[in-house]
Design a protein around this ligand. Structure first.
Ligand SMILES: Cc1cc2nc3c(=O)[nH]c(=O)nc-3n(C[C@H](O)[C@H](O)[C@H](O)COP(=O)(O)OP(=O)(O)OC[C@H]3O[C@@H](n4cnc5c(N)ncnc54)[C@H](O)[C@@H]3O)c2cc1C
Length: 262
């Protein structure tokens, strides 16, 4: 799971949401905005009242984020795609199976002589290894065998659209562009950082929160509080200071088993 990566490509200013709110209430005389890093005390209080007291969240739809999400499982893609108020562009397996698998030709041709480490690294390239204790070495052998089958089909020039039927659910999504507004992101983060969400989605959602601009955190304070409690952190700063692996360990709890242990 350590290859999963989240980057914030761009975002529209928090000020868009402030303008939205001040338009509704005709209160531009109270606008004390200086810069994105210093939006002003009046504006801070305004945003807090809107989000946490009045739930007048339509104004924060004016703030929009575009993320690059990489190397997570296709079954998480299926869950992510249930969030309808967002835009998606996903690298298609149709175009990449062949190109990717052929790079590992030497490994697959040497099927009978390769080491466990080579198998592990090959599986890790194509599939998400979950770092949980129930995922055991036999699972690596099994998944490697599926990859080998895929290789044989590629070699036999079977089209990608037909090979897709034997891809495992933890096949990696290499690249995805994901655009979502702050209101919808709040909904996503609330649902998917929660203890009842799948642990891989919890990890992905927590990484999304971590890459937001610091000044935008004012919109996500309730979600931060919940994460601090659930992950047993000292304070909010820990959400942003801890390494990705430490966050993952805390999400997995007693299920955690490190990388090469499996
Ligand atoms: C722990 C967990 C378990 C889940 N289990 C299942 C499961 O077993 N089976 C399953 O099918 N799904 C499951 N889901 C997915 C869930 O039902 C939602 O599809 C998903 O979380 C997206 O949430 P959303 O609809 O709020 O988000 P979005 O689609 O982004 O919608 C955002 C908000 O817009 C509003 N909205 C959007 N569309 C409509 C509409 N048509 N009518 C009225 N209001 C609308 C709602 O207020 C909604 O909250 C699960 C989700 C979680 C977090």
């Amino acid at each position: 799971m350590d290859l999963i990566n989240v980057e914030l490509i761009s975002n529209t200013p928090l000020y868009n949401s402030i303008i939205g709110a001040r338009t509704c209430w005709k209160s531009f005389n109270k606008d004390d905005y200086q810069t994105e890093e210093n939006i002003g005390e009046n504006n801070k209080k305004l945003l807090e009242r809107l989000v946490y007291q009045y739930h007048h969240e339509s104004v924060i739809e004016h703030t929009v984020y575009t993320f690059k999400l990489q190397k997570f499982s296709r079954f998480i893609l299926q869950e992510l795609a249930r969030h309808r108020i967002a835009s998606f562009s996903v690298e298609s397996t149709r175009y990449v199976i062949k190109k990717d698998i052929i790079n590992f030709q030497k490994i697959f041709e040497n099927y009978n002589n390769i080491t466990y480490t080579e198998k592990y690294n090959t599986v890790k390239h194509f599939c998400v290894i979950p770092y949980i204790s129930s995922y055991v070495p036999e699972d690596i052998h099994l998944q490697f065998d599926i990859l080998h089958k895929i290789y044989l089909k590629v070699k036999a020039e079977i089209p990608n659209d037909e090979i897709k039927y034997i891809l495992p659910e933890n096949w990696r999504v290499n690249n995805m562009l994901f655009t979502i507004n702050a209101r919808s992101l709040r909904n996503l983060l609330k649902l998917r950082t929660s203890k009842s969400a799948h642990f891989e989605f919890r990890y992905l959602a927590t990484l999304m929160l971590r890459v937001l601009p610091k000044e935008h955190r004012i919109l996500y304070k309730d979600i931060e509080d919940q994460i601090v409690q659930d992950l047993n952190l000292e304070n909010t700063d820990d959400i942003y200071k801890l390494s990705n692996m430490e966050i993952l360990k805390r999400i997995l709890g007693s299920k955690f088993a490190g990388g090469m242990n499996v």
